[in-house]
Design a protein around this ligand. Structure first.
Ligand code: ADP
Ligand code: MG
Length: 383
């Protein structure tokens, strides 16, 4: 069993502003193993900060469950919540002013959370010295934040966030105000902290380069996790195109979408653009993957029949099953229950866009898949 640090189950967050309701999270599921470093990407307004605020104990979900390091965050009383925020999580924000107190020295800033924890002076002074050494600012202890560069300030912010040895470090666009060289430096630095201290890290970022450093990159769309990009343990030899969401090379990264327990998933925008599903799809269950065809097409279209034949796994008899499902404008759909029973998706699928249809492959069969089926969503078929 994986040791899960974070479990989000069907998280919903609705903000009420006057008479208006804004749905910031709409049934978000997320599992993060202890020790992982994960990047979260997504358009502005997609719910990234809302998720981090909930995980940081700063905000409560409207519905759903969230557990971090064994703490059920929806059931904390005020005292427990304060303790959770001070000891279990560390938070780094984009703006230095939110991370550091401008009137205090760097060392005082790092002391502060430890003082709140009740650590003795001799111990917190030693720990602060250590932390400032770790972030490479041992000789800056007496300076004020405004005497440091932006990158240095963010490194102090990391020291502050890590002062009480949290299990989870949350960073909401921590490099948003830094140039790309400094961004790279901070990210590699965070990766080092992740590896050496074992602290689990979630980092929200716009910077695609970040995604090549982390274990997994999750894309959030409309308040739900929509795509996942994982680094391959063994890079593919064949060119696999680029992953859709973060644009990483297919040889080294594998992108997949999420399928929740009841079979709801959202197709990547590229699949929606390239295959004209127009609101309905026929579901076809092959022995080891699922195909989504524009309604009626697979039965009548000769070309489609042929391209289908070459894309199926050779030598296995296909068990066919047809069913039409609805696909909404943003590509969300629910797979029939039989699909889930017959094809072991276990929560994730790789998307392959064929000439006339979309294929969903479980992750576990990657090594058995024909080379072309290992392509990422977004790669057009070469005919
Ligand atoms: P992101 O960090 O991905 O840009 P947010 O989580 O900040 O997105 O916001 C998600 C949605 O929730 C947006 O539509 C935003 O306007 C709305 N929202 C966020 N915070 C609040 C709030 N405190 N009050 C009302 N609406 C909010
Ligand atoms: Mg945000």
């Amino acid at each position: 069993m994986q040791d899960l640090l974070i479990i989000c189950d069907n998280l919903i967050k609705i903000y009420k502003v006057d008479d208006l309701e804004v749905v910031a999270l709409q049934g978000l599921d997320l599992e993060v193993a202890r020790g992982e470093m994960i990047a979260i990407v997504g358009a502005s307004g997609s719910g990234k900060s809302t998720l981090l605020n909930i995980l940081g104990g700063l905000d409560n979900p409207s519905a759903g469950r969230v557990t971090v390091a064994g703490h059920d965050l929806t059931r904390l009383n005020e005292r427990q919540r304060t303790r959770y925020r001070g000891l279990i999580v560390g938070h780094v924000w984009q703006q230095s002013g939110r991370n550091l107190l401008a009137d205090l020295t760097i060392a005082d800033n790092v002391d502060l959370p430890q003082i709140f924890k009740g650590v003795s002076a001799s111990r917190y002074k030693r720990r602060t010295r250590e932390l400032l050494e770790i972030v490479g600012l041992g000789d800056m202890a007496r300076k004020k934040p405004d005497q440091l560069s932006g990158g240095e300030q963010q490194r102090v912010a990391l020291a502050v966030a890590l002062a009480n040895e949290p299990s989870l470090l949350l960073a909401d666009e921590p490099t948003g105000e830094l140039d790309s060289a400094t961004t790279q430096e901070i990210i590699s630095f965070m990766r080092g902290l992740n590896k050496e201290m074992g602290v689990t890290i979630l980092i929200v970022t716009h910077d695609v380069a970040v995604a090549s450093v982390v274990d997994r990159t999750l894309a959030i769309r409309d308040g739900r996790t929509s795509t996942e990009t994982v680094r391959r343990n063994q890079p593919l030899l064949a060119t696999g195109g680029a992953s859709v969401v973060v644009g990483l090379p297919g040889e080294t990264h594998q992108e997949s979408i999420f399928i929740d327990r009841v079979g709801i998933l959202q197709l990547p925008a590229e699949a929606m653009e390239q295959v004209a599903l127009r609101g309905r799809a026929d579901v076809r269950i092959a022995s080891d993957h699922v195909e989504l065809w524009p309604s009626g097409l697979h039965e009548h279209d000769q070309d489609a029949e042929q391209s289908d034949g070459s894309s199926a796994v050779i030598g296995l008899s296909l068990r066919l099953h047809y069913e039409t499902i609805l696909v909404d404008r943003v590509g969300r759909l629910q797979l029939p229950r039989e699909t889930l029973e017959r094809v072991p998706f276990n929560g994730r699928a790789q998307v392959r866009i064929a000439s006339y249809h979309v294929e969903l492959w479980p992750m576990s069969v990657e090594s058995n898949m024909p080379e072309q089926a290992g392509q990422h969503a977004g790669r057009k078929d070469e005919k």
